[in-house]
Design a protein around this ligand. Sequence first.
Ligand code: SF4
Length: 205
Amino acid sequence: MSWLDALLRWFDEHGRKYFWRFSNDWYVTIVAEIMLVRTRATTVERVLKDFLARFPTPRDLCNASDEDVVPFFKRLGLIKRSSWVRKIVCTILEKYGGSIPCSEEDLEELPGIGRYLKNVILTKLCSIPRPFVDTNVLRVLSRYLGRDLDVDSAERWLSENVPPNLLYKTNLALMDVGAVLCLPREPRCSSCPLRDWCRYAEQCS
Ligand code: SF4
């Protein structure tokens, strides 16, 4: 079995099944990803469900005021993101007729869209697979490869070592390994699907 087979098999059994991961709706994807920046996914799950019940469509959000939206982001401790999410959603409605633009240039022009979110959108909503590297993915890959990676080198390594059709799932699996096993202080290597290939594993207790 390869490292990738082991990782994806583990993910099938133990991966976190957050509902937004399996949604191809651009509105759900964008709101979820903005809520997830530096926030625990379990917290986001509760707030996002309430948010989507209050603003079920992009138009509902666009017609609301920042004051309507703030309480949801206040629960996450991220008040400034309430106007950010409205700006992006309203721009997609008004400038692109409610369809997500799939060119890199157009995505980069959306307010506040960084590289990570752009790559998530391209992969998930545009069928243009791209690696998206957060701190969890960076830590897992750095330990796995036995060298400190930056986002550029991690993205490059993923592009060269994962088939495009498996990139999204692999990315999610690495995030989950980072969130539940490859913890910053005490990685749980004995339970990790990557332990047989990981350069760092022999240092684990
Ligand atoms: S084997 Fe240990 S150090 Fe390597 S990726 Fe898994 S949890 Fe992290």
